[in-house]
Design a protein. Structure first.
Length: 534
């Protein structure tokens, strides 16, 4: 440890003795190292990714507690609804929270039965089962791409004392959709069948789906079918207008809104038509009667009870000259079937009563489009939607420059993670300025300082004689500025030499000893060469 500290203490001296070019390279490299370190620090501060979003307050609190106990750093953002962790620990955090049953999506699931509670009543178990079923269904529905959150409310089947007192199961589903997303008929039918299949005794007709605005999405009798048909019709008509006009004014330059008034009443009509030209004989009855009577005043037979006797004697013949009367009656009845057509019509599909169309077209160069062009576009739009003025339809088309808002782009971009140290960039800038200042001062050192460094190098060179040291000191004194030369002239050269030697011996005793040893060896060699015995 001590040699390392000594090297750190000698580092400024070693840097001071380097040439100007090498000093510049060293300071530039140090500045680059500080910049790279700052960049890595900034990147490390930003390297947070979202593990979960759209969390409920309950899930956020439990997730924060779980990660804190596990020692995983995290940040709660977006009002506590988003959980961000370091990028390298995203999957670890997700696995950890999944093992704890998080997030639960605002409701409990079947993990409610993980706790073995003893002594729980049967009623409590039924309530827990219903809560668990509601929570699991809500989680499953929330997995749909169009759904952000979902809530499910169930009413289980209840058996009464008698059969007619039984109550069937029903369900209500509330879905909060993603911004700009809608649920189609297939998705709504899928939700209804999903809930009906998960609850015993529940049919898909008993499931009601409501969106966040309170509108009923599922078909509920004639009214629900009418609402679905109305929405579909309005969407189709709007799509017709937009697709047609965008070919003329450009994509994204047309906005159409259509409101359709529907009649959802069920109408039954009966019509009976008779064709007189088409007949058929169904039955015929013919009756003929004939009667003959005696002339007035003639004997018509025996009088009294004798005439009624079966063995009565024959009546005497009527005289030939007697006059009588005879009558004939005929009755002929014919029954014909006439061709008749009976038609019964039942209208169950909602009928369109009238429509109201509003079209907004983008302007050109910040100005509304000419009225003549709007009239042509309006005529095309009327034909596209089947405009009928006699039916009471309304139509309006106008042009105005669209406002280009930057808010959607900002919402689409992922939010930058917060929590970056406020002092990071000022510290980086201050360090860079400090390094530049030190480098500038080092490069702007006075010539006297450079001469002093050169003299120090000369003094620290083994084998340098006293004369060489004195010559170096003299050159250093000659290179001093004019203001410093009078002051240097007052200094005794011998005293200066001793002070410099003492300073060098104090700074580096080992090298000073080697230099003194070299000087003594040189003096001995010179003395031996000057002796008369040599």
């Amino acid at each position: 440890m001590e040699p390392l500290l000594n090297q750190l203490r000698e580092l400024p001296k070693a840097l001071a003795g380097l040439p100007a070019g090498i000093k510049f390279v060293v300071f530039v490299a140090a500045l680059a190292a500080v910049g790279v370190g700052a960049y890595n620090a900034v990147q490390g501060a930003e390297a947070y990714q979202y593990a979960f979003t759209n969390l409920t307050p309950e899930d956020s609190a439990e997730a924060a507690s779980t990660l804190k106990n596990a020692g995983v750093p995290f940040r709660l953002e977006a009002g506590g609804s988003a959980l961000a962790v370091p990028a390298a620990k995203v999957y670890d955090a997700r696995l950890l929270l999944a093992g704890a049953g998080l997030p639960r999506g605002g409701g409990v699931g079947f993990e409610i039965f993980d706790r073995g509670d003893l002594g729980v009543s049967e009623f409590t178990q039924k309530v827990n089962l219903r809560r668990a079923t509601e929570g699991e269904l809500a989680r499953t529905i929330s997995k749909l791409a169009q759904v952000r959150t979902a809530r499910v409310h169930l009413t289980m089947t209840e058996k009464g004392l008698f059969r007619d007192q039984d109550k069937g199961a029903s369900a209500a589903v509330v879905v909060n959709l993603q911004p700009g997303r809608t649920l189609g008929e297939k998705e709504i039918a899928g939700i209804c069948h999903l809930v009906a299949a998960a609850v015993p005794g529940l049919s898909s007709e008993g499931v009601t789906v409501v969106d966040g605005r309170g509108e009923v999405l599922s078909s509920e009798g004639g009214w629900g079918q009418a609402m679905g048909y109305q929405k579909k019709l309005e969407h189709d008509l709007e799509r017709r207008v937009v697709d047609l006009l965008e070919q003329a004014v450009g994509p994204g330059a047309v906005v159409a809104r259509i409101t359709a008034a529907m009649d959802a009443n069920e109408v039954q009509t009966s019509a009976e038509v008779v064709d007189p030209d088409t007949t058929a004989l169904r039955s015929e009855r013919r009756v003929a009667q004939s009667a003959q009577g005696a002339a007035p005043g003639g004997n018509g037979g025996l009088a009294g009870a004798a005439a009624n006797q079966p063995l009565a004697p024959a009546a005497p013949a009527v005289a030939q000259g007697a006059r009588g009367s005879a009558s004939t009656l005929e009755d002929n009845i014919r029954n014909f079937d006439v061709s008749k057509t009976t038609t019964t019509t039942v209208a169950r599909i909602p009928r369109l009563q009238r429509i109201s169309v509003a079209v907004l077209v983008d302007g050109v160069n910040g100005q509304p489009r000419p009225q003549a062009e709007l009239d042509k576009l309006g005529e095309l739009a009327r034909r596209a939607v089947g405009y009928d003025q006699a039916r009471g339809d309304e139509f309006d088309i106008t042009s105005a420059p669209f406002t280009k808002s930057e808010e959607p782009a900002a919402q689409a971009a992922p939010p930058a993670p917060a929590g970056r140290p406020w002092w990071l960039w000022p510290a980086v800038g201050g360090g860079a300025l400090l390094l530049l200042l030190v480098g500038f001062l080092a490069l702007r050192r006075s010539p006297g300082s450079r001469s002093q460094a050169q003299a120090d190098l000369a003094l620290l060179t083994p084998g340098a004689s006293v004369a060489m040291i004195e010559a170096a000191l003299a050159r250093e004194a000659a290179q001093l500025p004019a203001t410093a030369q009078p002051r240097a002239a007052l200094v005794d050269p011998a005293q200066s030499l001793r002070d410099r030697a003492r300073e060098l011996a104090t700074k580096d005793p080992t090298r000073a000893a080697h230099i003194l040893r070299a000087w003594m060896a040189q003096e001995q060699q010179r003395a031996a060469s000057r002796s008369p015995h040599a």
